[in-house]
Design a protein around this ligand. Structure first.
Ligand code: GAL
Length: 833
């Protein structure tokens, strides 16, 4: 849990703050080969099953946590449950929500709220004292903000007469949090968890052949974590229609062995009045959609209102393994026939791979040793908060991959399922984590839903049952962990269990978990390994340099920290110290840095207003790389790389020493200032090289040598004043589905086209065509500008806009970025199928 007592302690490594630095760049470093496009999965027609998006045409309005009169009458006179079907005004079918805001899911209302200082907070002066509201990113959520902590979502949907006799349900991928689901006035579900998926059967109260009202009251007064968590229906919602005899949610579990043996467990339910004679058929499709295996149909009989499990073991011919380089995905299509007719189809994606953790060899994927080059991440992004569109989810993972990252820890909660789909397709392995380490029925139920939902993903390699839990080193903790592990093992005998510990290594839950997770404290790993030579070890949270993109001196007023790899909280260390330690120990499986991306809340190291985002990321909240991104890329990817920092605009610092660093995997690097050599440095693997250079305007240029030859050059030039903008899009074509997004980057350039490293011009976005700017950002961890806006200041020369398409509207999106006095820039993105 959150430990404010250590949040403000910062171990500033000697000299960093003094080493101010600079410069604009002409980049010459080798780039990794362009990431292959995410392979499309074969489309499978699920008819007669239907799974329809309910993401569109919602209306949204804030309610009130204390006053029923301002909460649509909800709870007035304790009347909520008195008569089923009467709940609150918006639940009535004829309620007029015309004045409510139209929204499309995913939607996070917290991101639209202003940042609010905490006037009640008085620093105690103790070095460890942090403002508790900082943890959640200074958004007005919580019991002290009753007027902004309750959100009402409402939509209507029609069900055709042809749905008579079908089983109807609504599946929520997750809602933050305490969601009350009301359909046609009936309260059907109350889900506390802000991260767990849940399903609501609406068959009994649905108006088939008519309109239905769906209302969700979401209460974000309480949080679950110590970081920004968002608020609202921030994940997808689905309407599912099946025949009475069908595969229930998450009803198929495939375990695939590398020799091609498939164990397929299928659950079937009969939610009808008649006994069913059925046939169960499976077909395995390869990644290209070709059928590669069709086992014989299994006949059976299912009495009314019963559930049955059927197991089958078959062998896949010539299995293609799922690897990080070629994440081959199979699709298992399960068909249920009753009376000779197909009544249900269900698809399960899976991969064929083996995962082994070995105390001496580390992590083995398909028998080969793979060092886990992982990042921990929360689930928020600039502009959109927790409501990350699927395409942005993929884009974020691609940025991590481009850094060389091959592993993702979903800290500290079940991720949205689309994240795991993307990891399956991109070849990234995942530690999948439950939110609460407790064996109470609710926590166990959340854990069960996590495992059932995610156990087919080849990307998932470990189940994490907890993170730095207070009871981690106790006998009680061990009992709780054992109960949780028993459940996990029953639901998924194929994967091991881990927990992320920060103390008591070897005690308490250590005796229960299969793989020992170390949060920081890497200096204790050797001792642990010697004491427990049979226990595999992973750095579940490692490194944790705090840095602000493009800043090279500490600025306490603005709450910025230098982007050299020098500053870290006392419990953590630098990228270089962590990775040189990990790389030297083949027995260790590797680890997960804290964090891949900056995230809102936990604005370490300041933990006080005006700082609103963390500084931990190798990339900022927009996904713009910081300098440490290049440290990792140099040592996590095979391509030669040379990155130079800082920028070279140090007006007023002429003659003063500037620390110049290079992150490079070359043999040697030589630095030149305005053509004059500043010396050659030998590169020690997993370390940076540096010089101290008296500032003079002009050019610094680094030459990277391999086997005595210059193979890379990298420059930073003193840029002139801002003159123009350059707007680019991540893709030239996006889908007209109302969900796809283009991610736009704006760079501020001088008259010669060089990046202006400190530019903070206010950039406006105008758009024509079928789309909408849904969020903007700039990666500044102290910015209080609105995220849902059509303008944003640049931060150190960069800003971002996220543009979403409109459903069913093809055409061309033209977005122009403009700023006073600067040449504007326009980008076009085709919108189509
Ligand atoms: C860890 C914790 C993370 C985050 C991190 C910040 O102790 O597990 O959630 O708070 O510290 O350094």
């Amino acid at each position: 849990m959150v430990d404010f007592s250590r949040r403000q302690a910062l171990a500033a490594t000697a000299g960093a703050a003094a080493l101010a630095a600079a410069a604009s760049s002409t980049r010459a470093a080798a780039r990794p080969a362009a990431a292959p496009p995410v392979p499309a999965l074969p489309a499978v027609d699920l008819a007669p099953r239907e799974r329809l998006s309910l993401d569109f045409d919602w209306r949204f309005k804030l309610g009130h946590a204390q006053d029923p009169a301002r909460d649509f009458g909800f709870g007035a006179n304790q009347g909520t449950y008195a008569k089923a079907g009467r709940t609150a005004a918006p639940a009535e079918l004829d309620f007029d929500a015309g004045a409510w805001a139209p929204v499309t899911l995913p939607h996070d209302w917290a991101v639209e709220l202003p940042f609010v200082d905490n006037p009640a907070y008085v620093p105690s002066g103790k070095p460890d004292d942090g403002d508790p509201r900082a943890a959640h990113g200074y958004k007005p959520l919580g019991r002290e903000f009753p007027e902004t902590s309750i959100g009402w979502y409402r939509k209507t949907f029609a069900l055709p007469a042809a749905d008579a006799g079908k089983r109807l349900s609504i599946e929520f991928d997750g809602a933050f949090r305490d969601a009350l689901v009301i359909v046609n006035g009936y309260i059907l579900e109350r889900e506390d968890s802000g991260y767990s998926p849940f399903r609501v059967d609406i068959t009994d109260i649905a108006n088939v052949g008519g309109d239905n009202s769906l209302v969700v009251r979401v209460d974000a007064s309480l949080g679950e974590g110590w970081f920004y968590e968002g608020a609202g229906l921030y994940r997808h919602v689905w309407l599912v229609k099946t025949a009475p005899v069908h595969v229930p949610q998450w009803g198929v579990f495939v375990r695939a062995r590398v020799d091609g043996t498939l164990s397929i467990d299928t659950d079937l339910v009969n939610e009808g009045e008649a006994r069913a004679e059925f046939e169960l058929l499976h077909t395995v499709l390869d990644a290209a959609g070709r059928p590669v295996l069709t086992p014989a149909a299994a006949p059976g009989r299912l009495p009314a209102w019963e559930r049955q499990s059927l197991s089958l073991t078959v062998t896949l011919p010539r299995p293609v393994p799922w690897t990080l380089e070629n994440p081959h995905l199979y699709s298992l299509v399960t068909e249920v026939k009753v009376g000779g007719a197909v009544v249900d189809r269900y698809v399960t994606r899976f991969g064929v791979r083996s995962v082994v953790f070995d105390a001496d060899k580390g992590f083995l994927l398909n028998g080969a040793s793979v060092k886990l080059k992982g990042t921990c991440n929360h689930q928020d992004h600039a502009g959109v908060g927790a409501a990350i569109p699927d395409a942005l989810q993929v884009w974020r993972l691609e940025q991590l991959k481009s850094m060389g990252c091959n592993a993702y820890r979903a800290s500290h909660n079940p991720p949205t399922p689309e994240l795991l789909d993307a990891c399956d397709r991109l070849g990234i392995v995942v530690i999948d984590e439950t939110r609460r380490m407790s064996s109470d029925p609710t926590s166990m139920d959340e854990l069960e839903r996590l495992v059932r939902r995610d156990r087919n993903h080849p990307s998932v390699i470990l189940w994490s049952i907890g993170n730095e839990e207070p009871q981690q080193a106790t006998a009680r903790g061990a009992k709780v962990a054992a109960t949780m592990k028993r459940l996990v093992n029953r639901l998924d005998p194929s994967r091991l269990v881990i927990a992320a510990m920060d103390q008591g290594f070897g005690e308490g839950i250590s005796a229960v978990i299969d793989v020992q997770g170390f949060n920081y404290r890497h200096e204790k790993m050797d001792d642990f390994h010697a004491r427990f030579p049979h226990v595999p070890v992973i750095g579940t949270e490692s490194a944790s340099t705090v840095s602000t993109r493009g800043e090279y001196a500490r600025d306490d007023a603005k709450a910025y920290v230098p982007a050299y790899d020098t500053e870290h909280p006392w419990w953590a260390t630098t990228a270089e110290k962590w990775w040189s330690h990990a790389a030297d120990r083949p027995w260790m499986a590797g680890g997960f840095i804290w964090t891949g991306f900056d995230y809102r809340g936990e604005p370490t190291p300041f933990n006080r207003w005006p700082s609103v985002s963390s500084h931990f990321g190798a990339l900022d909240t927009c996904g713009f790389p910081k300098d440490n991104y290049y440290y990792y890329r140099a040592w996590w990817r095979p391509e030669p790389l040379l990155h130079l920092l800082p920028h070279w605009n140090w007006e007023g610092r002429e003659g003063q020493p500037i620390a110049v660093w290079a992150h490079s995997n070359c043999d040697k690097v030589e630095l030149f200032l305005n053509g004059k050599s500043q010396g050659v440095r030998d590169v020690v693997p997993n370390h940076h090289v540096e010089w101290s250079v008296p500032y003079a305007p002009g050019v610094i240029e680094a030459h990277g040598y391999k086997a005595g030859k210059v193979i890379l050059r990298e420059r930073r030039e003193t840029a002139g004043p801002a003159a123009a903008l350059r707007l680019t899009a991540d893709r030239s074509r996006v889908a007209a589905d109302g969900q796809d997004v283009a991610i736009l980057k704006v760079e501020v350039l001088d008259a010669k086209g060089r990046s202006v490293p400190r530019a903070d011009d206010l950039i406006s976005f105008t758009l024509s065509g079928p789309g909408q700017v849904i969020g903007v950002g700039n990666g500044d961890p102290t910015s209080h500008e609105p995220d849902v806006a059509s303008q944003r200041k640049a931060f150190n020369g960069l800003a971002q806009a996220i543009v979403r398409t409109r459903r069913g509207q093809a055409g061309e999106l033209r977005v122009t970025a403009s700023a006073p006095g600067l040449k504007a820039s326009t980008v076009s993105v085709a919108v189509g199928d």
